[in-house]
Ligand binder design. Structure first.
Ligand code: ADP
Ligand code: MG
Length: 227
C-alpha cells in the first residue's frame, strides 16, 4: 500500500543544508495500523507528508497505492490523494466558510458522488454530531471540530488514513473520545492507518510502531513497547 526506499528530505536553512529525514525505508501493507513515534522535531510530520504525497523527497522513491509518486507532478499527486487518501491534522483544517455538513460533503462532491449529502449525514451521525449539521467551525468546540474532520476523512472510505497528532490540540478527556472514534471508524472501514503521535498509549493501539530519532528510523516493531 505504501513503500519508501531510501527516502531523504533536506532543506536549506541560511547557508547550510539541514537533513530532516535520512534514508527512510519502510513498507506498509493494506489494512495495517502503524504509529509513527518519536520526540518533537524528529521528522514525524515530514515523513507523513512525504508518504502521503503532500511533499516531495530530496532523494529516494515512494509508492502510494501502487503508484510511483516520483513520476507524478503536483496535479497527479492531488488526484491520487483525492482517490485514495484521507487526512486528519492536529489543527482540524476545516473550511471556516462551510458548515459541518458542507465540510464533510466537500471531498465526496469533488469526486462527483451523488449521495454526498446522505453519506455525510451518516458519518456526522457516527461521530455524534447529527444536531450540528448546519453549524460553522467557529460555533463548534475543538473536540467537535475534530469529530467533523474525522467524518470528512472517513466518509469517502479512503484506502489510507493519515493522521498527524489528531488530539494534540485537545484536552485529555476530549482527546480520548476523539481517539476512540478514530479507532472505531478505522476498524469498521478496515482503512490502512498511519498515525503520528507522541502519546505512547495511542501508539499501543496500533499494530506496529515506527520510531524516529533525529530524522532516522531507529525502530520498527510489531511488539508492544514497554514505554
Ligand atoms: P516532528 O513532526 O517529529 O515534530 P517535523 O517533521 O515537523 O518533526 O520536523 C523535523 C525537523 O525539521 C524539525 O527540526 C523542523 O524544525 C525541521 N523542519 C521541518 N520542515 C522544515 C522546513 N521546511 N525548513 C526548515 N526546517 C524544517
Ligand atoms: Mg509534527
Amino acid at each position: 500500500m505504501i513503500r519508501a526506499e531510501n527516502v531523504s528530505k533536506r532543506v536549506q536553512v541560511a547557508d547550510s543544508e539541514l537533513s530532516i529525514l535520512k534514508e527512510a525505508n519502510l513498507t506498509i501493507e493494506s489494512g495495517e495500523s502503524v504509529a509513527i513515534i518519536g520526540p518533537s522535531g524528529s521528522g514525524k510530520s515530514t515523513l507523513l507528508g512525504l508518504l502521503a504525497g503532500l511533499d516531495e523527497p530530496s532523494s529516494g522513491d515512494i509508492w502510494l497505492g501502487g503508484e510511483h509518486l516520483n513520476g507524478l507532478n503536483e496535479d497527479g499527486r492531488a488526484a491520487l490523494r483525492a482517490r485514495l487518501v484521507g487526512f486528519v491534522f492536529q489543527s482540524f483544517q476545516l473550511l471556516p466558510g462551510l458548515t459541518a455538513l458542507e465540510n464533510v460533503m466537500m471531498p465526496l462532491e469533488l469526486r462527483g458522488d451523488r449521495k454526498a449529502a446522505q453519506v455525510s449525514r451518516e458519518y456526522l451521525e457516527k461521530v455524534g454530531l447529527s444536531h450540528r449539521l448546519d453549524h460553522y467551525p467557529r460555533q463548534l468546540s475543538g473536540g467537535e471540530q475534530q469529530r467533523v474532520a474525522l467524518a470528512r476523512a472517513f466518509a469517502p472510505q479512503p484506502g489510507i488514513l493519515f493522521a498527524d497528532e489528531p488530539t494534540g490540540n485537545l484536552d485529555a478527556a476530549t482527546g480520548a473520545s476523539v481517539n476512540d472514534l478514530l479507532f472505531s471508524l478505522n476498524k469498521e472501514s478496515t482503512t490502512t492507518l498511519v498515525l503520528v503521535t507522541h502519546e505512547p498509549i495511542l501508539a499501543q493501539r496500533c499494530e506496529r510502531r515506527i520510531t524516529l530519532e533525529a530524522g532516522a528510523i531507529v525502530a520498527d516493531s510489531l511488539e508492544p513497547s514497554i514505554a
